[in-house]
Design a protein. Structure first.
Length: 268
């Protein structure tokens, strides 16, 4: 997209110290938004993202917090208020994997991923919506009262052996998003999701970092390349902007065709 499609808007991006969240924070700033850059354990990485935005004359602030904790979530939005005067966009991106075959998965790993990837997304989206409603509509800023974007996964649709906690969380994010969109569309809040496929990030390094792994992965991607974080970031800018004002309750699959059952390419 050209120009500054998010000029004057304020965004909270969770899990913005690396990977897809970082790329979204940078792209939002480039598009004119002021960004609350949330990090969890890696404080230095979060601060580096903020510094990169400030160097380019953008607006950003680093805020630590675990999105599965309501008090930490409040802190993110309080920072948006005190630094930027409010919030217009929430990107619920923070997430993690803790993989194990079903028969071996510990309750701890199950809970960890559900807490962060599903409950964390719920808490951020809920608090964002509360703040949008409190602020009221500002048509000069954006046509919608506010926008929520969940960073989901192709695994909201594709079952994934060995990752049952993650697939269950992302399946939950899908219905969280659609239900929230249905409930709040009448109040001018747009809720959508992006479902990334295999994107080169720290979460899945072992799936693409060696030539043999990349070859295996590419068999699952009809478009023939592994995704880059910018592929997701550009979609998020568009989805958050007024150009997508009539997009409500949709999951945008940005996956090079991974969700097209590529195993069937050569006949069933
Ligand atoms: C996961 C990655 C995986 C991709 C495609 C993502 O949601 O986090 O680890 O490579 O889905 O399977």
């Amino acid at each position: 997209m050209s120009g500054k499609p998010l000029a004057g808007q304020r965004a909270v991006v969770t899990g913005a110290s690396s990977g897809i969240g970082k790329a979204i924070a940078l792209a939002f700033a480039e598009a004119g938004a002021a960004v609350v850059v949330n990090h969890h354990s890696d404080v230095a990485a979060g601060k580096a993202v903020t510094a990169e935005i400030l160097e380019k004359e953008g607006r950003a602030v680093s805020v630590g917090g675990d999105v599965s904790k309501p008090r930490d979530v409040q802190r993110l939005f309080d920072a948006a208020d005190s630094h930027f005067g409010g919030v217009d966009i929430v990107v619920a991106n923070a997430g993690a994997q803790a993989d194990a075959p079903l028969l071996e998965m510990s309750l701890e790993d199950w809970r960890k991923v559900i807490d962060l990837d599903l409950t964390g997304a719920f808490l951020c989206a809920q608090e964002g919506a509360r703040r949008f409603l409190r602020q009221g509509l500002e048509p000069n800023r954006s046509k919608a009262l506010g926008k929520v974007i969940f960073v989901s996964s192709v695994h909201q649709r594709i079952p994934w052996a060995g990752h049952v906690n993650y697939a269950a969380a992302k399946g939950g994010v899908r219905m969280l998003m659609e239900t929230m969109a249905q409930e709040l569309a009448g109040r001018a809040i747009r809720v959508n999701a992006i479902a990334p496929g295999a994107i080169k990030t720290p979460i899945n390094t072992e799936a693409w970092a060696t030539p043999a792994a990349a070859r295996k992965l590419l068999k699952l991607i009809p478009y023939g390349r592994i995704g880059e974080v910018e592929d997701i970031a550009q979609s998020a800018v568009w989805l958050a902007s007024d150009a997508a004002d009539y997009v409500v309750g949709t999951t945008l699959f940005v996956d090079g065709g991974m969700s097209l059952y590529p195993a069937f390419r050569n006949g069933g």
